[in-house]
Every structure is written in structure tokens, then in C-alpha cells.
Design a protein around this ligand. Structure first.
Ligand SMILES: [Zn+2]
Length: 491
């Protein structure tokens, strides 16, 4: 299938992109506080698709547009939950990134805990380089720095016959509109700034002197990699030879993480505080790319929300160039030993959870009257909640006020005719008590058409005609509502 089929958004895109720069509403000299505003899921879906179209990236373009099987959508009027959909899985996707962040944070917590138990000495480092105006170039410089570091870490492991736990993530921040660069051709450019955040853990037999030696080699490797790719590091201004276990200079941060700190319940938050000096900060978020920085830059996710809210051309270009230059590329890296430690922790946790659940269920039941299948379901649930609580994950407080199950064939027809974002919007609005009549009409359509099937998405298929009519009617009502009060969710 070609991605230009049935698309109505080119018109919309041009309309927004022609907005003159002087209308942006920002103080370009910039003392004004730049407000952090959040867009809705439906808006993100729609605008991300519009932007992805310009990158030629089909999987990002089609993320959530079709279902694997029956789609389930529910909402409490604020959040939207979906399952059964085909997703792209990219960390650059507004929808898929959240899942990735969660997984990465959970893995990190386990590995940090493991390092603490093993009495290892761990460090958190941030290395950076001077920015360039080209997003792709910026990204390749950061990656070159990482690759060089990785090789050196392997050499260190061989030289001392030790195993190092290493994790790294690329974080890119985007200049705020008041910090746009004005090029010689009179164009505003949103430039980016990339950092590599990394975690490294040494076994207890390595002494302090050796650790510092190793850290120096790693920092120098970063410098070499960056230079090889045509970039510049800021470490020229400092003397790497004077590196200590706690080091903070322009472009280079090293923090020693003491083992007591590693045992804290909210360890991720604690580390984040150390690193950023901001108490609201979560290290896990920092390590997973999507921090919303109060300071200089914006995260990639915030960039999308700003495009939705303000529609600035320079932001759109930055978004598109990022996807074009790094869509299929990894942004987080785990070395072999990190993975081994993680595997060990997960196995241990699963065993503990099983034993706990078995005890719990045996006491609870007390007899064998409960059927086997029910027992195993109870054990599974108990294991899951044990694992979640031991990882500090709160039980989900999401209580949907509406939900709808849509068979794959109907969901895909809605996607084919580009009504997915409308559908998402409808579910959230219905969750708030808006457009309930229309929502129920759609629900009734699903119930009365259990054998809906239009594999070629023909417009002459009677039930499809009926479905499109319902959707068009909803679209009309929503447009009217939006004109009355175009309300953005601000968290
Ligand atoms: Zn996605």
C-alpha cells in the first residue's frame, strides 16, 4: 500500500506551515517563561502521522492505524488505553516511547540493585560535544563517541580480566523557540544538543586508582570518537588528567554512586537529584531520553506537543530531520554483562514471586476445592503484583468510565479511511461524558455488525457506508465543539 492514499492532511500541513514567523508569540530575545503544555493523545496521533508522512517512514506513519486482532479502547476521560493495535515500537513514537521508557527504567532498577548487592563501585557519567546545526550530524557524532567508548571498555575488561556493567543512552534536547539560531539566509533553525549518559560498574577487586585510570581512558575514547566524526568536545577546556571520582566540568560529569544510595526505595529519583540538582528528576527518565528539562532544551516528545500547540516550522523541520536521521537506530545500549546481570535478577525475582504467590494462595484457599485453572490464575496475578511492588511500580489506578471493543475488520476500515484520531478523541470525550450518544451509536454499530468484512475497503459496501456516516457525523459535531472551545489538556 502506498502511504499517500486517502490522505487529507497535506492540505492541513501546508496551512499550518505557512504561518509567518513573526506570529509565533514568543519573545525571541527570550526572558519569558516558555510554558510546558501537553497535547492530547488524539492530537499526537494525528500530527505525528502528518509529520511522519514527510519522512517517508511507513511504520511510524501507520502506528496504531490498524489492529492485530480485536482492538480495545478505554478511557477515564483523561487517559486513553488501547490494546490489540499494530504499533511501530520506536522510541521516537509518542505512543511507543512510553512503554520503552518504562521497560528501560525497570531494567535499570534491577541492575543497579544487583550492582549494589555485589558491592560493586558504580558511576554515572555524562559526556557531550559542541552542537552543530545539522541534526543528523549531531547524532552521528554522539554515536561515534559511544562506539569509541564501547571499544575501550572492552579493552579495559581484557587488560584487567574484569567484567564491567555498562549502559548508555543518547539524550537529545531541542532548542526553545527563543533560542532558535538565525542562519545567514534568514531562516530560523531549531538546533539540538546531544549528550551521552552512561552507567558503569566495577567489581569490588578494582581499586580506586585503577577505576580512575579506566574512567580517564573512557573519557578520552569519547573525545577521540567525537573528533573522528568531525565534532568537538568541550574537554579541551579542562584537564582530563585531573579527573576524580566526582567530577563536574563543562561537557563532562562523573558521579560516584555509593552503595547505600543504591538500596534506596526510590533510588532512581535519588540519583536523578544527584545528577541534575533537580529534586523532581528521575534518573530513570534521564537515562531513557525523555526528560522534560526546565532549563535549556526540550525533549523530543515535548517538541511534538509544541508542534501541535504552536505549529512552528523550525520545530517541524527538527522533528522530521530527527526521524530521518535516526529512526531505526538504537538510542540505548547495554553491554553483555549488563544483560547477564539483568537476566540473573529477573530469574531471582520470578522465583521469589512464585514462592510468595504459592504460599499466599495456599493460605488463602486452605483446601483443594478450587479448580486447578483458577488456582494458576490466582498464582499468576499474585506473582505479577509481587514483581510490580518489588520494583516500586504502583498498581494501576486507571478506572475507565467507557470502553469499546472493535473487531479488527471494523477498526482497520476506520484506519483506512483516516478516522483513527477521531475515534481516539471520541473515546476520551465519551469518558468525560461528551458525545455519549454518538459513542453509543458506534458501539451499537459494532454490536449489530459482528460479521463486518470489507477486505478491499470498498466504498460501496453497505455496512461501510453506514459506518462512515456515523464517523462523518461525529466529525462534524467535533469540529463544531472545537470551534466553541478548543481546549488543550495541560497537566
Ligand atoms: Zn508507535
Amino acid at each position: 500500500m502506498t502511504i499517500s492514499q486517502n490522505t487529507t492532511f497535506n492540505h492541513h500541513y501546508n496551512e499550518v506551515s505557512q504561518k509567518p514567523v513573526h506570529n509565533i508569540g514568543f519573545n525571541v530575545k527570550g526572558t519569558e517563561q516558555y510554558p510546558i503544555q501537553r497535547a492530547s493523545e488524539a492530537q499526537r496521533f494525528k500530527v505525528q502521522r502528518e509529520l511522519a508522512y514527510h519522512t517517508g517512514n511507513k511504520s511510524l506513519f501507520n502506528c496504531r492505524r490498524y489492529a492485530h486482532n480485536q482492538a480495545r479502547l478505554s478511557s477515564d476521560g483523561k487517559k486513553l488505553k488501547a490494546s490489540g493495535l499494530q504499533v511501530c515500537g520506536s522510541s521516537l513514537c509518542s505512543y511507543c516511547a512510553n512503554k520503552k521508557i518504562k521497560e528501560t527504567s525497570e531494567d535499570l532498577k534491577l541492575v543497579l540493585r544487583w550492582c549494589s548487592r555485589m558491592n560493586r563501585t558504580s558511576f554515572f557519567g555524562t559526556t557531550t560535544h559542541s552542537k552543530t546545526l545539522h541534526i543528523g550530524q549531531n547524532d552521528s557524532i554522539t554515536r561515534a563517541g559511544y562506539v569509541s567508548m564501547r571499544k575501550t571498555i572492552k579493552s579495559i575488561e581484557q587488560d584487567y580480566t574484569i567484567k564491567l556493567v555498562f549502559f548508555a543512552t543518547i539524550e537529545t534536547t531541542y532548542a526553545k523557540p527563543e533560542d532558535y539560531k538565525l542562519t545567514s539566509t534568514g531562516e530560523y533553525v531549531c538546533d539540538t544538543h546531544s549528550h551521552l549518559h552512561w552507567f558503569i560498574s566495577f567489581p569490588p577487586e578494582v581499586d580506586k586508582e585503577t577505576r580512575i585510570k579506566a574512567l580517564k581512558r573512557i573519557v578520552k575514547a569519547w573525545d577521540r570518537g567525537v573528533k573522528r566524526e568531525g565534532g568537538h568536545t568541550l574537554t579541551k577546556k579542562q584537564n582530563v588528567e585531573s579527573l576524580t571520582e566526582n567530577y563536574r566540568k563543562a561537557g563532562l560529569d562523573i558521579k560516584l554512586l555509593d552503595n547505600e544510595a543504591l538500596d534506596y526505595e526510590d533510588l532512581a529519583g535519588y540519583l536523578g537529584k544527584l545528577i541534575s540538582g533537580n529534586s523532581d528528576y528521575k534518573l530513570s527518565q534521564e537515562l531513557s531520553n525523555y526528560r522534560v528539562k526546565q532549563g535549556k532544551g526540550r525533549s523530543f516528545l515535548q517538541l511534538l506537543d509544541d508542534i501541535i500547540i504552536h505549529g512552528l516550522e523550525a520545530d517541524k523541520k527538527a522533528w522530521i530531520n530527527t526521524v530521518k536521521s535516526s529512526y531505526r537506530k538504537r538510542r540505548t545500549f547495554k553491554n553483555k554483562y549488563f544483560k547477564e546481570a539483568l537476566k540473573e535478577m529477573k530469574e531471582q525475582l520470578a522465583n521469589q514471586a512464585y514462592e510468595h504467590a504459592l504460599d499466599y494462595v495456599n493460605v488463602l484457599i486452605g483446601n483443594k476445592d478450587i479448580p486447578i485453572e483458577e488456582r494458576s490464575t490466582m498464582i499468576e496475578n499474585e506473582m505479577r503484583s509481587f514483581i510490580m511492588s518489588s520494583q516500586g511500580i504502583k498498581n494501576d489506578t486507571f478506572v475507565p468510565t467507557v470502553d469499546i471493543d472493535i473487531p479488527k475488520e471494523i477498526y482497520n476500515t476506520i484506519g483506512f479511511y483516516n478516522y483513527t484520531s477521531l475515534l481516539l478523541d471520541l473515546v476520551v470525550r465519551a469518558g468525560r461524558g461528551e458525545l455519549l450518544k454518538e459513542f453509543n451509536l458506534l458501539k451499537a454499530f459494532v454490536d449489530t455488525n459482528p460479521h463486518f468484512n470489507n477486505p478491499l475497503y470498498s466504498r460501496n459496501h453497505q455496512p461501510t457506508i453506514k459506518l462512515l456516516k456515523i464517523l462523518q457525523d461525529i466529525e462534524y459535531k467535533m469540529n463544531v465543539m472545537k470551534k466553541l472551545s478548543y481546549d488543550l489538556e495541560v497537566e
